[in-house]
Every structure is written in structure tokens, then in C-alpha cells.
Design a protein around this ligand. Structure first.
Ligand code: FE2
Ligand code: FE2
Length: 273
């Protein structure tokens, strides 16, 4: 299996690419290629061109959740692909808001009909789905901890009343490798512990090999951050490449704990398993 970071917050590689607050990861498995999220904007197309990624032969897009920083490049990618299957939870189009750094709309920036009119074919996913052998879309992640996934800064409107976003649509990917399960997270709003425990249950493999992608640890409250880091320490992971909403503080802490097993997954980084 191969993974390439197409869009992310940071750029470390000296090639003609750009970063932005957002995430997009290309995954190749069993000769099939999927794009997990599309970054924040059309700028993803510049990176796709610089990295010589052929969108015409892509087998599909998977959307981790409806936030703008994971879906903002969707229109440009659908257009450039000439029509494509998009696997996502039906709730990715709900209106959602964030309070930090200032109160604003942070949901999907496109209407479903507009995307369909340019070739998007939405495939609803709610339950776990094995999209190709040994690569699972998580589907809805059951909440087993009581301290994860309750970010007061992220909300939806119920009439005029603010309600904490429950993120039923938050998906991760679970890849079964020889050494265990690799979890590919978008923003991990469902909570890293909930997601990793769900990955074991869905795949039937008890050993987590590693994590790549957005973990939201750096943006979560103190209790959540401390308990998640304790949990991750105990796992004795073989591979870590958290990026995006993990935050540089947490990335530095994980580097100190995991040393060579911890990789920086900036734009253009690629990994083979
Ligand atoms: Fe998010
Ligand atoms: Fe995000």
C-alpha cells in the first residue's frame, strides 16, 4: 500500500507545492487509488499537477466529514476528474460553525446539486464498508469514551440554538497490513480512542500498527489531550505520521516519545507499507 500527502498545513519538501489548513491524502491499495478528502480549496489542483497525480484514473473520493478544510477542494477535483464516485456520510452537507479563532461558517462550501451537476456521484456510507480488500471506510464510529469528540467550539444550529456538533459523519480509514491496522484519520472528531478501538472491531485485528492524518489532539480540551496521549503511548505503535489538526505542540511531544517511528507527514510526503 502507498500513501501520499496531497494537501496539509505544512510544506517541508522542496518541490513546487503549497500547504493550507486542510487535508488530502492519496491511498493506493490493490491497484486501486482513492483520494481521502480534498483540502480547503482549489489550490489542491496545483499540488496534484506538481505530483503528477492522474485524477482521471482515480477510483473514488472518500470524504472524512463535512468541514470546509476537507471538502473545499471537492469542486475543483470533481471537475478535473471528469466525473467521480464520492463515498461519504449523508450528513456532510449540514450547516456547521466554529467559534475559534472567530465565529463563522465552517461547513461544506458547495451544494450537493451543484457538485452533481459537474459529475459528482455520491455514494452514501453509514456502516463500515470494505472499499477494496483490507481497506475499510469506518462508517459511523461508536463513542465509547465520555471525554472525546465534544468540542464546544464546533457547533450546529437547531433553530437559533447552538448544539455541539455530534459529527456522526466523521469517518476514518482502516487499512489491514501484515503488521496490524493502519488508521488514516481525517480530523478524528469521533475521538482517537473511539476510532482506534472501532478499527480493531471492524477489521477483527487486535493490533494497531500506526496512525496517519489529522488527530484533533492539539485542538481538544486538556483532559482529552492528556488521556489520548497516554493511550497512544501505551499502544507501542510502529508508525506515526499525525498531521493537520494534531498541532505542532502535540507532534513535537509524539516525536519525543516515538523517535524514528514518528514521521512528519507534510505535503508531498509519501509512505510505502
Ligand atoms: Fe474538522
Ligand atoms: Fe480538519
Amino acid at each position: 500500500m502507498k500513501i501520499k500527502v496531497v494537501m496539509e498545513n505544512s510544506v517541508l519538501n522542496p518541490i513546487n507545492i503549497c500547504g493550507e489548513h486542510g487535508l488530502s491524502i492519496l491511498i493506493e491499495k490493490n491497484g486501486r487509488r482513492f483520494l481521502f478528502d480534498t483540502g480547503q480549496s482549489h489550490r489542491i489542483i496545483d499540488n496534484i499537477i506538481s505530483m503528477n497525480i492522474d485524477l482521471g484514473s482515480l477510483d473514488g473520493i472518500i470524504i472524512s466529514h463535512g468541514h470546509y478544510d476537507h471538502t473545499g477542494g471537492l469542486k475543483a477535483v470533481v471537475e478535473a476528474s471528469g466525473g467521480i464516485d464520492i463515498y461519504s456520510h449523508p450528513k456532510i452537507f449540514i450547516s456547521r460553525y466554529g467559534k475559534k479563532p472567530f465565529n463563522r461558517y465552517i461547513g461544506m462550501p458547495f451544494r450537493r446539486e451543484d457538485l452533481e451537476s459537474i459529475g459528482a456521484r455520491f455514494i452514501p456510507v453509514v456502516e463500515p464498508l470494505e472499499i477494496t480488500e483490507n481497506l475499510w471506510i469506518s462508517g459511523e464510529v461508536p463513542r465509547i469514551t465520555d471525554f472525546e469528540g465534544k468540542d464546544k467550539n464546533l457547533y450546529v444550529l437547531d433553530g437559533k440554538k447552538e448544539k455541539i456538533d455530534s459529527f456522526r459523519d466523521d469517518f476514518s480509514l482502516y487499512a489491514v497490513l501484515d503488521e496490524g491496522v493502519l488508521v488514516i484519520a481525517g480530523c478524528a472528531h469521533a475521538g482517537v480512542i473511539n476510532i482506534l478501538e472501532h478499527a480493531k472491531e471492524v477489521t477483527g485485528v487486535d493490533n494497531i500498527y500506526g496512525i496517519i492524518g489529522g488527530t484533533h489532539i492539539g485542538l481538544s480540551n486538556e483532559e482529552n489531550r492528556i488521556r489520548t496521549l497516554e493511550y497512544i503511548k501505551k499502544l507501542d505503535l510502529k508508525f506515526l505520521a499525525p498531521n493537520h489538526c494534531t498541532g505542532l505542540d502535540v507532534i513535537s511531544q509524539l516525536k519525543a516519545i516515538y523517535g524514528d517511528r514518528m514521521h512528519f507527514a507534510s505535503v508531498g510526503a509519501d509512505f510505502s507499507f
